[in-house]
Design a protein around this ligand. Structure first.
Ligand code: PHE
Length: 446
């Protein structure tokens, strides 16, 4: 077997893990959720959840990974053989998400190239998005290109592939995000949008707000899918685990907030404060924004910068998804990195095909009344992920005991938020996760 490699230090780990966390969830999902669920209220609740739940569960996962030095299946089984299945489920989440996530990554690349080649005016047309994703070949070609790039990075391994890519892509992503956000909030009329995003509107607050924030938090921080366990297994014992987790969560939250500033004020400025425009939901990024860019002074440059940063965000996330599955195959079946990576790539392309064609020629094929992409999204995010999160908490809190993780954290530093960690993992998180699970399943089926 190949020797397990490590990140070169804390920075490499933080950037790679932040690369996983910062993704389509931050840029495409967070702004429309914030707009829908009451602006500042949602933001506040989200931040509270990140520093409590998100923090505790991420420490648990990174701790499990670093302690065992293994990817999810091996890690759970090393800690307690009877609970190997949690690792199996976690790996399944990653394997299910990768194909359809890559389909969307392909769309983002297509949008970027339209700006880069000066063909962006097309996108302002009414039905551009739906007719593009409904085509058979184009989206598939972009899917293959997206997976190809992801594969190339993962083939490079932990230090020379993932860490190197993250160290280049993440700083560029920050700079582009700040640039686009600053431009957006200085547009005439944008201030209304800034207010809409930041000021709390309690009339849009309900129990649903908390559940939506919670679900978003799990997805955004890449929790409950074996990724943080896998990346944790590459963290050196001397690197400060608690601080790293803290940095990752602020990185992720910071980019989500910046995305709010990029998207909401711009849409406001160009729709004259029309709430329907901002509540376009999932269509916001692919339909509304290109129209907004088309009307702006520097629209082409901003559009290009925007879709480039979204592409980088999606790419580093896809890399982590692929790595979680690759590491599992390496650990479990002793496959070489090349063999494992190429197998996962082929698998992702094959499963990506129905996700892509489900928007076009195969749109009559429905499972539980959902097209294939939506179904995969539903199964992974709304069903298996909460289950894995719940099992992880119960496992750490009640089976192996939180002390096992605290001790792991303390190898590299003192554990400042140990009490918070214990209480959340043992009591608070399990209760809340059960609520999310019930609500999201009802939601999806209803
Ligand atoms: N955290 C990523 C995001 O916000 C999504 C993601 C999910 C990444 C699963 C990897 C794995 O988009």
């Amino acid at each position: 077997m190949e020797k397990r490699s490590k990140f070169s230090g804390k920075l490499g780990f933080v950037l790679a893990a932040a690369g996983s966390a910062v993704g389509l969830g931050n840029i495409w999902r967070f702004p429309y959720l914030a707009a829908k669920y009451g602006g500042g209220v949602f933001l506040l609740i989200y931040i509270i959840l990140v520093v409590t739940f998100g923090f505790a569960i991420m420490v648990a996962e990174v701790g499990i990974g670093r302690k065992t030095g293994l990817s999810p299946i091996g890690a759970f089984s090393k800690l307690n053989k009877k609970y190997t299945f949690i690792g199996v489920l976690a790996s399944c989440v990653a394997a299910i998400i990768l194909p359809y996530y890559s389909v969307i990554g392909g769309w983002v690349m297509k949008y970027f190239t339209l700006y880069a080649t000066g063909n962006h005016a097309l996108m302002a047309g009414e039905n551009f998005f739906n007719s593009f994703i409904g085509e058979s070949w184009q989206p598939l070609i972009w899917l293959v290109i997206f997976i190809g790039i992801t594969t190339a990075v993962v083939l490079g391994g932990v230090k020379n592939g993932i860490e190197k890519a993250s160290k280049i892509l993440m700083p560029v992503l920050i700079v582009l995000s700040i640039g686009v956000a600053v431009y957006s909030i200085t547009l005439p009329g944008a201030m209304e949008g800034v207010k809409y995003f930041l000021l709390p509107d309690f009339s849009r607050f309900s129990g649903q707000t908390i559940l939506a924030a919670m679900g978003q938090m799990f997805y955004s921080m890449s929790l409950a899918m074996g990724i943080m366990i896998t990346y944790g297994s590459y963290l050196r014992k001397e690197d400060d685990l608690e601080k790293s987790v803290s940095h990752i969560e602020w990185f992720d939250t910071g980019i989500a907030i910046l995305a709010g500033f990029m998207v909401i004020p711009a849409v406001f400025a160009f729709s004259g404060g029309d709430q329907a425009a901002i509540n376009a939901g999932p269509g916001l990024m692919f339909v509304t924004l290109p129209k907004v860019f088309e009307q702006m002074g520097l629209g082409t440059v901003i559009g290009m910068a925007f879709f480039l940063l979204v592409f980088f965000a999606a790419l580093t996330s896809a890399i982590s998804l692929m790595e979680a599955v690759v590491a599992t195959l390496q650990d479990k079946f002793k496959w070489s990195r090349v063999r494992a990576t190429l197998s996962v790539a082929v698998f992702a392309i094959l499963l990506g095909i129905p996700s892509s064609l489900g928007n076009g020629v195969w749109s009559n094929f429905k499972i539980l009344n959902m097209d294939f992409l939506s179904f995969m999204d539903f199964m992974s995010n709304s069903v298996i992920m909460p289950i894995v999160a719940l099992l992880t908490c119960v496992f750490v809190g009640w089976v192996i005991g939180t002390k096992v993780i605290s001790d792991e954290v303390k190898i590299s530093s003192r554990f400042a938020r140990e009490k918070v960690f214990n209480v959340i993992i043992k009591y608070i998180a399990p209760i809340f996760i059960v609520l999310i699970l019930i609500s999201s399943v009802l939601d999806g089926l209803g």
